[in-house]
Write a protein that binds this ligand. Structure first.
Ligand code: SF4
Ligand code: MG
Length: 330
């Protein structure tokens, strides 16, 4: 049986003025119904690009996609735009980081929630409005029958994020892609929104891809984790495995730089030195080697010359022996 979303050997290249950017390189992952995959990495790691490709929202004039993206067995990489349009907002939907840019200031919140419902179900205006009220109630907006006619600026940031979730879920999508859905919110509202997503998932059984730079967000939300660096998978496993016994030096760094609610506020964080490589001209060997403190633990020049294999199942793309990182998280 194949997973509901199955991405196989995906490569995404952009033509830019400076040359070809390899934003995603040989990436594979699966998401089952009812499960959440957290895709984690710094900005520029390819996580957003991957998911825009899944939704077919890339610019076909400048973007070249290779590999397969199977949604319930149907290959989206070869599907015509008319097919993708029927799927988007219907069987697959996306929640963006910034509700102010995703919601139009000129239309009421209710109308924006109702619109995809009318488009995909052919419901009447009245039915769609009732559906919008029901969705606002579902995502925890008080007095939804009154708030349905508000404009986005009349909502708080947390409420707008809820409204955006209502808009994404209005057609009961089987796949939900949430790109940094809580980054702009304070910690308390963040936790509420993540809880809401989990509750809604329990009701609908949808598959969720949660994109984040923050391992703290995946800790309580994701079942499985894929860590990306420079357009590639560098570690994968269940959330428990990756958080408890991370195997890739990049993941160690991410965990080292994750503020923990239980630790004293003034505990120094240890961010990863350096920055992600240019994808115009990625470094040879392991793409993480210019930033890795363990380069010389691996024999010879392997890290600088030999690209580690991407992990299949539980594992890491690293030449260090498995288990070398036990207890390396703090
Ligand atoms: Fe570091 Fe080498 Fe592992 Fe890359 S392969 S993460 S450079 S130890
Ligand atoms: Mg992004």
């Amino acid at each position: 049986m194949t997973a509901f979303l199955s991405v196989r050997d995906l490569s995404v290249r952009f033509a830019t003025e400076d040359g070809v950017v390899r934003a995603v390189d040989g990436l594979s992952f699966d998401v089952e119904r009812g499960r959440t995959l957290g895709i984690v990495g710094e900005s520029g790691s390819g996580k957003s690009v991957t998911n825009l490709s899944v939704l077919g929202l890339h610019d076909p004039r400048t973007t070249e996609i290779e590999g397969r993206i199977l949604l319930d067995g149907q290959d989206l990489t070869t599907a015509p735009e008319s097919v993708l349009e029927k799927l988007r907002g219907n069987r697959m939907a996306m929640i963006f980081q910034d509700s102010l840019t995703a919601l139009s200031p000129y239309y009421t919140v209710g109308r924006q929630i109702a619109e995809p419902f009318r488009k995909h179900t052919g419901a009447s205006r009245r039915e769609a409005r009732l559906r919008a009220i029901e969705m606002l109630r579902k995502v925890g907006i008080p007095n939804p029958a009154l708030r349905v006619d508000d404009y986005p600026h009349q909502f708080s940031g947390g409420m707008r994020q809820r409204a955006m979730i209502a808009m994404a879920l209005v057609c009961d999508p089987e796949l939900l892609i949430a790109d940094e859905p809580t980054t702009a919110l304070d910690v308390t509202v963040q936790a509420q929104i993540l809880d809401l997503l989990k509750d809604l998932q329990q009701q609908t059984g949808s598959a969720i891809v949660l994109i984040t730079h923050d391992l703290g967000v995946v800790a309580g939300t994701a079942d499985d984790v894929l860590v990306m660096y420079a357009g590639r998978a560098v570690e994968r496993g269940t959330a428990r495995e990756v958080l408890r016994s991370p195997r890739h030096p990049y993941t160690w760094g991410l965990l080292g730089s994750m503020p923990r609610l239980t630790s004293p506020v003034d505990e120094p964080l240890t961010p990863i030195p350096g920055s992600p490589p240019s994808l115009l001209d990625p470094p040879p060997g392991c793409p993480f080697h210019p930033r890795c403190a363990y380069v010389d633990r691996v024999g010879g020049d392997r890290c600088r010359t030999e690209r580690p294999e991407p992990p299949e199942g539980r594992g890491a793309a690293c030449h260090l022996p498995d288990g070398a990182g036990r207890g390396r998280t703090r």
